[in-house]
Design a protein around this ligand. Structure first.
Ligand SMILES: Nc1ccn([C@@H]2O[C@H](COP(=O)(O)OP(=O)(O)OP(=O)(O)O)[C@@H](O)[C@H]2O)c(=O)n1
Ligand SMILES: C[C@](O)(CO)[C@H](O)COP(=O)(O)O
Length: 229
């Protein structure tokens, strides 16, 4: 079942505190961006990869694509101020796709079986997102005061990929844009448009490289994977 993947890669990585785009930071000597792209390069269901980038990083990205033979990247589009704007620009460039996945370039440990399950569920139901169960006790807090404990069984931490039938996501994004709504993921746009979005259970390994501790975890994940192979 074929899909196009859209990768927002135009962030500034403030929380990582690195100089420049955190996606060029290396894990096992290879940029985070290349780790992520390789997953899709190696997936036979993936038809093309569209990257949202910063104009000033175009050259660096092209060097990375050449060095790691990332031939499925068909388009580099310039991203926007917020993640949602970057995704929307990339979605325009994906016109003609039937199924589209949106995946943070900063999540290098996504696994192929999760991608395939997402594609299957999205094809059937319209939308599906990768998620993991909440591990801790979860409470609703306002102004520093606990208001209630939320039943953990109902809570999931949402990741990417987020998979949709292309036109459904484009229409939902257009509606959000017209209403001036900016969300933190694609599912929020779909939910607002009244579309069903389903969960596909993913792995805690599919961590977003957000703060410096995530890099330490990333190296550990790679060590474990090497030992298991
Ligand atoms: N305007 C933006 C903001 C984010 N992203 C991308 O969206 C993904 C998830 O964002 P996050 O990891 O939170 O990255 P940053 O926005 O770069 O981080 P920070 O919030 O710490 O600055 C990343 O691959 C990032 O490059 C993007 O394409 N365009
Ligand atoms: C889309 C996302 O990865 C879902 O967990 C996440 O919301 C994006 O990162 P941000 O920190 O919210 O920008």
């Amino acid at each position: 079942m074929n899909y196009t993947v859209v990768l927002p890669a135009a962030g500034s990585g403030k929380r990582m505190g690195a100089e420049g785009n955190k996606l060029f930071l290396k894990l096992r000597g290879k940029p985070i961006l290349a780790h992520t792209l390789e997953v899709f390069q190696q997936d036979e269901w993936c038809e093309q990869i569209i990257l949202a980038i910063k104009e000033e990083e175009r050259h660096l990205i092209k060097v990375c694509l050449r060095e790691y033979h990332l031939t499925k990247v068909t388009k580099l589009v310039v991203g926007g101020k917020e993640r949602q704007h970057s995704v929307c620009e990339a979605l325009k460039a994906a016109e003609g796709a039937e199924l589209v996945l949106v995946h943070d370039a900063a999540r290098p440990f996504i696994q192929q079986q999760v991608i395939h399950k997402l594609v299957e569920v999205a094809a059937e139901q319209g939308g599906a997102v990768a998620a993991v169960k909440a591990k801790d006790t979860m409470k609703l807090v306002r102004n520093g005061r606990v208001e209630e404990t939320i039943d953990r069984e109902t809570l999931w931490a949402i990741q990417t990929p987020q998979a949709f039938r292309y036109q459904l996501l484009v229409d939902a994004a257009k509606q959000a844009d017209e209403q001036g709504f900016v969300g933190t993921d694609e599912a929020m746009l779909a939910e607002r448009a009244g579309l069903p979005v389903y969960i596909v259970e993913s792995s805690y390994d599919n961590q977003k490289m957000t703060t410096p501790e995530d890099l330490v975890l990333g190296e550990l994940i790679l060590t474990r994977r090497e030992e298991n192979n």
